[in-house]
Design a protein around this ligand. Structure first.
Ligand code: UDP
Ligand code: MG
Length: 138
């Protein structure tokens, strides 16, 4: 079993899409280990996306991620990291496959509704950024 970190981003929370996105996650057999709704400050969003600091989209991305509440989650399944990336779809919704969350819900390459870790090391960092050990016992 593998764990990954997921976010339902502010654009999706604002449009009341969290339930529909969670239904897809559960249909695919992920177990939700932990979940909470949070509103990130600009600094917290910058810290989360520190790997993208210096890129042309960084400032706008940090503004977007701190523009409203998010739902952060830890998901468990066999090959959870790859499986969640597949269900999310491509970063740019214009390139996302039919049936993916980004194809169905994303508004733009920035407001693309969901986040997912891209490797075991990033999953570990991202889970620890938002959840304590005590919150990961379910
Ligand atoms: N992003 C953006 N413009 C770009 C590339 C990325 O606004 O040209 C945003 C988008 O919200 C994306 C996030 O930055 O989800 C992180 O980018 P990454 O390349 O890690 O994409 P992801 O892993 O989310 O598919
Ligand atoms: Mg990424």
């Amino acid at each position: 079993m593998e764990r990954t970190f997921a976010i339902i981003k502010p654009d999706a929370c604002k449009r009341n899409l969290a339930g529909k996105i969670l239904a897809k996650i559960e249909e695919k057999g992920f177990r939700v280990i932990a979940m909470k709704k949070i509103a990130m400050t600009r600094k917290q969003a910058e810290g989360f996306y520190a790997v993208h600091r210096g890129k042309p989209f960084f400032d706008s991305l940090a503004d977007f991620m701190s523009s409203g509440p998010c739902i952060v989650m830890v998901l468990e399944k066999e090959n959870a990291i790859a499986a969640w990336r597949t269900l999310m779809g491509a970063t740019n919704p214009a390139n996302a496959d039919p049936g993916t969350i980004r194809k169905e819900f994303a508004q733009s390459v920035e407001a693309n509704s969901v986040h997912g870790s891209d490797a075991p090391e990033t999953a570990e960092y991202e889970i620890k950024y938002f959840f304590s050990a005590l919150e990961l016992t379910a």
